[in-house]
Write a protein that binds this ligand. Structure first.
Ligand code: FMN
Length: 184
């Protein structure tokens, strides 16, 4: 089983990447894992609204992203929503094929008290539109700079259990929706 993690921002030194690395470490106990960052997305090649073009760099990025049995999105909150670069990336995925029937999971992180609940819920709508299958347990990390440690996870015990539960159960969910996968 392969699970890809998307760190959904291009911001240098992002918390999304730190959370992705923590999640990757946990998921590796149950699946092959690849972390993909929007920092590496070829944004320079899509300037000018090239939606109808075949762009090699975009195809390569999309193929790498979609080569998975399940996908975990790690999403920060920017201005009460998810980062604009995530929507750009999303709009260049192959339509209607990409994500159809794919099990997906979401984790939010934000500096503020709402822990990216807004962007996680907003992005869930977009995933539903593309017929992805959403894992219902969704961790939102409030006050990420104080509450989260890249090595240890959440400093609060209850929150840590919530985060780890999501990461432990998501591979089972992926397997349930991909009956052709062999046992873990
Ligand atoms: C452009 C921008 C907008 C932000 N807007 C919000 C916001 O609306 N609510 C919030 O709680 N934090 C906001 N923040 C803080 C981020 O949520 C916080 O720094 C988060 O960890 C950033 O994620 P990143 O490190 O993965 O980029 C914003 C940060 C940036 C860069």
């Amino acid at each position: 089983m392969k699970i890809n993690i998307l760190s959904a921002t291009d911001r240098p030194g992002s918390n999304a990447m730190k959370v992705s690395q923590y999640a990757g470490k946990k998921l590796k106990e149950r699946a092959e894992v690849e972390i993909i960052s929007l920092r590496d997305y070829p944004f320079q090649d899509i300037i000018g609204g090239r939606y109808a073009d075949n762009i090699d760099s975009v195809d390569e990025f999309n193929d790498r992203f979609l080569d998975a049995d399940g996908i975990l999105f790690v999403i920060p909150e920017y201005n009460g929503g998810f980062p604009g670069v995530l929507k750009l990336f999303y709009d260049y995925l192959p339509f209607p094929k990409a994500l159809k029937g794919v099990p997906v999971s979401l984790i939010g992180e934000a500096a503020g008290a709402f822990g990216a609940l807004r962007p996680v819920e907003q992005f869930s709508q977009l995933l539903t539109y593309r017929n992805a299958i959403i894992f219902p347990e969704q961790m939102v990390i409030q006050r990420v700079n104080e509450s989260f440690d890249m090595e240890m996870g959440m400093k609060n015990e209850k929150q840590q259990k919530f985060l780890d539960d999501q990461l432990e159960k998501f591979p089972e969910f992926v397997k349930k929706h991909s009956p052709e996968l062999v046992d873990l």
